[in-house]
Design a protein around this ligand. Structure first.
Ligand code: HEM
Length: 694
């Protein structure tokens, strides 16, 4: 017989949690309002690296509403667990304690039921023809699949430190498979650390390929932090004791670390939880659509999409910056006040914005122009997201996976598969697609029109280029940077040169404050999301799990590295999956080993097969249009949207010498005549979208 807790018990928990949450958020507002540190930091040029990271993960109002509900739910569930907890009851299972009706009440009061509500999909001709900006209803039977503000998919269940979802390693003494987890910073120092000088180069790949990966990533994943973290940043976040009620999970600095003395830990804030109906384990959410739909250009919400468009014309073009241009070519506009949150927890951003004068263009000399967004690709119109896909699947992926792995893992397209869930998986965003962090070169070269280093704009160490969009405006526009990317090779990933110290020792340092460490962040993020260890992921991919040092040395092709990892982790089962995966030697012709190839291909295959609007799907384009699309090239895009007149035939391949470049006149155009519309089509669009106004 089931003994449920009963409604009054649940009501009590909800009431108590609501009050606590209210006080919690009010406290943030007060803390933030009295904080003059952030305000002044804008003008004196010292924004803390952790503030920049939070800005990096900045999200819109829809995401914030979702997170607030999810945190309320998370807190309530925890309170119920605490209230019924006894020592004999190790893992109170809520489904045993709550009736279906009580669960529904909890979901409703917290707001999670409306967040997880099934979307009703329209069936008019517009929805048959065009994707929604939020990604909903791409799959009509499962409208949430791939939509913005939905939880990441889990390909393997998470393993947290406790039923509530405490991150792995929360208690450093906690053992997994009879071993404790090493501090992430020790792994970063002992396995990943690489001097900036004398790094090996990948002489067959341009650095543009690496940047393309990051660009695509911004189309696929954005994991928000809890809004409440803004308030923690206003205090001495690193030294404060983080309790289970606070979303911080600082990265400890081991005694052997050169940072000891200046820093006792690095700030780290947990990813926000997401609303889940099952009240099971903690999940994280993707704030943007999963689909490769160029949402980093067009937005993932109707509100943002509208502000990014030039609504004064019927052409559906993007809005351009009214104050600055790249020698006649448009930059994206500055963010307006409406993009910024009114929520107290995001007051940090508000301070930054107010300080840089909302009504006026941000003074670009200010070197702190985080709200200034630009991209060379913005000149390109709606065809762009198709071009995106072709460049990614046909040009980028074969180089990352290697030709034969690409053929094996990405078989030819067979049509839209309604059973394929295109949602981004947690492992992909938290570990697999971060593989490219180890291919980032520590220097940003800027080249003049003749593709030679220009004395006017010398090469920059990477940390001087991050969050320095003002440089593009003041130091010659996008062209010198793009030429640099075209002619510079990528960094080669090797077992003894993993991640450059620009990223492990100087991340976001240029703005002041103690720098972050990207390797440590990746590892800690994996633990924050409860990702299982290396061996479990190998097994998921049908690869054998190493049982001892010689197995691991065999897989990694390197005894020293295997020994180092086992010295730190004790067992291959515990190796954080990101570091285990990047330690595997690359497959022939590719840049990743077997585990990463499996995980990356699985994700991209799901994105292709589970997208109703995939360009090869019957009925999306005519065969003439498909043939035209295949002739697209990144070189042509560069020629059409910059002042660059000499380009490589294949911009993802490394070009050794400027003499090997081709004039733009020799780069073919995509034939757009296949898109010429009939009068009926034009009339249809005018009526549907503009009510016949134009
Ligand atoms: C200069 C180069 C880069 C820098 C400075 C950089 C920095 C960062 C930082 C700070 C994070 C957040 C870390 C955390 O707190 O969890 C991150 C996340 C991530 N990065 Fe990079 N990254 C770079 C290049 C790349 C490239 C080339 C790729 C892929 C090809 C990539 C893929 C990702 C992914 C998938 C995430 C997770 C995003 C999310 O879910 O929100 N990054 N990166």
């Amino acid at each position: 017989i089931k003994m449920y807790l009963g409604s009054s018990f649940i009501q009590e928990a909800l009431r108590y949690r609501a009050i606590k949450l209210f006080l919690f958020y009010s406290m943030f507002c007060v803390c933030s309002l009295i904080s003059i540190r952030v305000k002044t930091s804008v003008s004196d040029g010292s924004v803390r690296p952790s503030d920049l990271l939070a800005m990096f993960k900045q999200t819109g109002p829809k995401t914030r509403t979702h997170i607030t509900s999810a945190e309320f739910l998370d807190n309530t569930v925890e309170l119920i667990r605490e209230m019924v907890y006894t020592h004999s009851m190790d893992k109170p299972d809520l489904t045993e304690l709550l009736s279906a009706k009580d669960m529904e009440t909890i979901l409703q009061v917290t707001g999670c039921s409306s967040e997880t509500l099934r979307h009703v999909c329209k069936s008019d001709c517009v929805s048959k023809r065009y994707r929604t900006i939020t990604g909903h209803c791409n799959n009509r039977e499962n409208p949430q699949w791939g939509a913005a503000n939905t939880p990441y998919a889990r390909w393997l269940s998470p393993e947290y430190e406790d039923p509530r979802g405490a991150p792995r390693g929360w208690n450093p003494q906690h053992t997994y498979h009879n071993h404790t987890l090493p501090p992430v910073r020790s792994v970063s120092q002992e396995v990943l650390y690489t001097h900036n000088e004398n790094i090996s180069l990948d002489m067959s790949l341009s650095h543009l390929l690496v940047e393309w990966g990051q660009w695509i990533d911004h189309d696929l994943t954005l994991t928000p932090q809890s809004p409440s973290t803004a308030a923690f940043k206003t205090g001495a976040d690193c030294t404060r004791t983080c309790s289970r009620d606070t979303p911080c999970f600082p990265i400890q600095i081991p005694l052997s670390d050169p940072r000891t003395g200046t820093q006792s830990c690095m700030p780290f804030f947990r990813s926000a939880p997401s609303c889940t109906v099952s009240l099971g384990h903690r999940e994280q959410l993707n704030a943007i659509t999963a689909f490769v739909d160029a949402n980093m250009v067009y937005g993932s919400s109707d509100g943002l999409a509208a502000t990014l468009r030039n609504l004064s014309s019927p052409l559906g073009l993007l809005a351009v910056n009214q104050f600055h241009s790249d020698q006649g070519l448009g930059f994206m506009p500055f963010l307006t006040r409406t993009h910024l949150t009114k929520a107290c927890a995001f007051i940090l951003l508000k301070h930054l914005y107010t300080a840089s004068n909302a009504a006026q263009p941000i003074r670009i000399k200010d070197r702190n122009s985080p709200f200034y967004k630009f991209t060379v690709f913005m000149h390109v119109s709606d065809l762009l997201n198709l071009v995106w896909k072709i460049l990614t699947w046909d040009h980028y992926l074969p180089r990352v996976l290697g030709r034969s792995a690409n053929l094996a893992l990405m078989p030819p397209y067979k049509g839209y598969d309604t059973a394929a869930d295109p949602s981004i998986s947690n492992i992909f965003s938290t570990a697999a697609f971060r593989f490219a962090h180890v291919t980032v070169h520590p220097v940003v070269n800027r080249l003049g029109p003749d593709y030679r280093l220009s004395p006017e704009h010398p090469a920059l160490p990477l940390h001087h280029s991050l969050f320095a969009s003002w440089r593009v405006v003041q130091e010659g526009g996008i062209d010198p940077v793009l030429r640099g990317l075209l002619l510079s090779p990528a960094k080669l990933q090797t077992a003894d040169q993993m991640m450059v110290e620009e990223l492990t020792e100087r991340l976001f340092q240029a703005q002041g404050g103690l720098p972050l460490d990207l390797a440590a962040l990746n590892l800690q993020r994996g633990r924050d999301h409860g990702l299982q260890g290396y061996s479990a992921w190998r097994e998921l991919c049908g690869l054998f799990a190493p049982a001892n040092e010689s197995d691991l040395a065999g897989i990694l092709g390197n005894v020293v590295l295997a020994r180092k990892l086992l010295h730190l982790y004790g067992t291959a089962k515990n190796i954080d999956v990101w570091v285990g995966a990047i330690s595997e030697p690359a497959l022939p012709g590719g840049r990743v080993g077997p585990l990463l190839a499996c995980l990356i291909a699985k994700q991209f295959k799901a994105l292709r097969d589970g997208d109703r609007f995939w360009w090869q799907n019957e009925g999306v384009f005519s065969s003439v249009q498909r043939d035209a699309l295949r002739t697209t090239s990144l070189s042509r895009i560069i020629c059409d949207n910059t002042h660059i007149r000499l380009v490589p035939f294949d911009p993802f391949a490394h070009t050794l010498h400027p003499d090997d470049l081709l004039p733009c006149t020799r780069i073919g155009y995509m034939n757009l005549s296949a898109w010429r519309e009939t009068d009926t089509d034009t009339q249809f669009i005018k009526t549907m979208f503009f009510g016949g106004l134009f």
